[in-house]
Design a protein around this ligand. Structure first.
Ligand SMILES: O=C(O)CCc1cccc(O)c1
Length: 543
């Protein structure tokens, strides 16, 4: 086995062949994590088994909050070019009568369509292209990871094999973005907690120029005899999902019957099944997401049935939550305990979304237990299942639960702002419209309705926060109204745009500086290699 000298970073290496971060898996979560770290000047080596982008579609939907993460990774415009806004979610009964309809806005509060559909290989190509243009990240594909281990506080050792033999990397941190069968999860001794949903479904991806009866949104067929999902994902691309009755894949004739409500499949019609695959939809969550400096992200940490379209979204949220914290620890010597907040913040959020997906699955299938079986045949059961209303109403992303960085000493406004995501309206920069995050950059930020007193400026300067007055910031004064509704005169935003603290209306200080300051305190200044906000502003344009 060779210790990989080529990986040695010249400026920050504590020893030979030592890397700041190794990422296992170059799917969308791994590559997004690499791009987000690169924006902070952190080098990564990304190890991937497949040589090419995996060609078959899997994830198909993303919400507006998560497009904002792609924006932070620098690929939002490229994503928008391959995405298709969806009109929303409809629950239909067995005879395809609409039981409930939940429309999604073309422009949500984060500045993007509330639901967008896409083809996963197309998204992966966008991300890989961006990775190729990123000098801080190196993709090594066609490799098999053999082992991941860390002794005490020492470096994490990652061994892998390629055509030339076996290699060993040493890294400060390893991110396991290696999917449901994660070798990283096994390596840290993490096991699945079962969230009680397991069904065999067939997923049929189709390309056709035939007219397809569709509503340009996602249709969930709530029919215990034959539950199904249908959605359009591109100009001539469609997806159907059907629960398998007896475990057997439908043959051509059965498929024709199943698709009949949407499309007439005459012989010889232009209709190509791009992929038909059986899946076991499961609900699971890893019991631990971190061991030492090894972390689990995406499907390595959580599995959800696809019924609310949040599987990939959860993984991208993982990457956004972890990367700024990791940068602060690796580059600026922040307290190691900051990294514990990754799991404590992300796990309850992921669990919440998995539960919503399971509730939706029960609504569609009549459930898997005796009590649920009693609901069978009852029209409208779908909209009565607890928790489903919020899923359907798209209350997908709850505020983070309380923790060291989200203390919620005060509960302000109707929901309270702390722990929630700040909206992203268009703002005016030098006479042009831009998205808020372009102005805020990658760092902490303060949005304020009033001038901050010098004592607070000292605190926010210590975080490297940019202070932005909201008055006149956008044409609609949306942020000023948001602060008013939240009864705050200022908010302190983390780099991932979560509200970390507020200055209550009428107050003159943050509510919990002592709570978060010790975790965020840095012992080194940001290295010059970090890309500046100015660079980012120059690179981005607004649609
Ligand atoms: O809630 C929405 O707008 C769509 C939810 C969705 C997306 C993709 C698949 C799916 O089964 C549901």
């Amino acid at each position: 086995m060779t210790v990989d000298q080529a990986a040695e970073p010249p400026d920050s290496a504590p020893g030979p062949g030592h890397l700041p971060v190794v990422i296992v898996g170059a799917g969308p979560v791994g590559v997004t994590a690499a791009l987000l770290l690169a924006r902070r000047g952190i080098r990564t080596v990304v190890l991937e088994r497949h040589r090419e982008v995996y060609p078959l579609p899997r994830a198909v939907a993303i919400d507006d909050e998560v497009i904002r993460i792609l924006q932070a990774a620098g690929v939002q415009e490229e994503f928008t070019a391959i995405a298709r806004p969806a009109r929303g979610l409809r629950l239909l009964d067995a005879r395809h009568r609409v039981m409930a309809e939940f429309p999604r806005a073309a422009q949500g509060e984060h500045g993007f369509p509330q639901t967008s559909m896409f083809d996963q290989p197309a998204l992966e190509r966008v991300l890989r292209d961006a990775l190729t243009d990123t000098p801080e990240a190196e993709l090594r594909d066609g490799v098999e990871v053999l082992g991941i281990a860390q002794d005490g506080d020492g470096p994490v050792r990652v061994s892998y094999r390629d055509d030339e033999g076996e290699h060993l990397l040493r890294a400060d941190t390893v991110l396991g973005c290696d999917g449901a069968n994660s070798i990283t999860r096994d390596a840290i001794g993490s096991t699945w907690e079962n969230l009680h949903f397991e069904e065999r479904w067939t997923v049929v991806d189709v390309r056709t120029s035939l007219p397809v009866r569709c509503w340009e949104g996602v249709e969930q067929i709530c029919d215990p005899q034959q539950p199904a999902t249908f959605m359009r994902i591109g100009e001539d691309r469609y997806r159907w999902e059907f629960r398998l009755r007896d475990g057997s894949e439908p043959d051509h004739e059965r498929l024709r019957e199943l698709l009949a409500p949407w499309v007439d499949l005459a012989d010889g019609a232009d209709f190509e099944v791009v992929r038909q695959a059986q899946y076991t939809f499961r609900a699971r969550i890893a019991d631990r997401w971190r061991h030492g400096r090894v972390f689990l992200l995406g499907d390595a940490a959580h599995l959800t049935p696809p019924f609310v379209g949040q599987g990939l979204c959860a993984g991208l949220r993982d990457a956004y939550n972890l990367t700024w914290k990791l940068a602060r620890v690796l580059q600026q010597g922040a307290d190691e305990r900051l990294l514990d907040t990754y799991e404590s913040e992300r796990k309850p959020h992921a669990r919440h979304l998995i539960r919503l997906a399971v509730a939706m699955g029960w609504a569609m299938t009549g459930g898997q237990d005796r009590a649920a079986a009693l609901r069978r045949g009852v029209l409208g059961a779908a909209v009565r299942i607890p928790g489903l209303t919020s899923a359907a109403a798209r209350d997908f992303s709850p505020a983070l639960t309380a923790g060291p960085l989200v203390r919620r000493r005060v509960r302000l406004g109707r929901h309270g702002l702390v722990g929630g995501f700040c909206p992203q309206p268009l703002v005016n920069i030098d006479g042009r419209h831009a998205r808020l995050d372009e102005l805020l950059g990658d760092s902490f930020a303060v949005l304020t309705a009033l001038p901050l007193p010098p004592s607070l400026l000292a605190v926010t300067d210590g975080l490297g926060a940019r202070t932005v007055p909201v008055a006149g910031l956008g044409d609609d004064n949306r942020l000023a109204a948001w602060l008013r509704e939240g009864r705050a005169s200022a908010v302190l935003l983390r780099p991932d745009r979560v509200v970390m603290d507020v200055v209550p209306a009428g107050g003159d200080t943050f509510t919990d500086t002592a709570g978060w300051a010790s975790l965020l305190h840095t012992t080194r200044s940001t290295p010059p290699s970090q890309r500046s906000t100015e660079t980012r502003l120059l690179r981005s344009t607004t649609r």
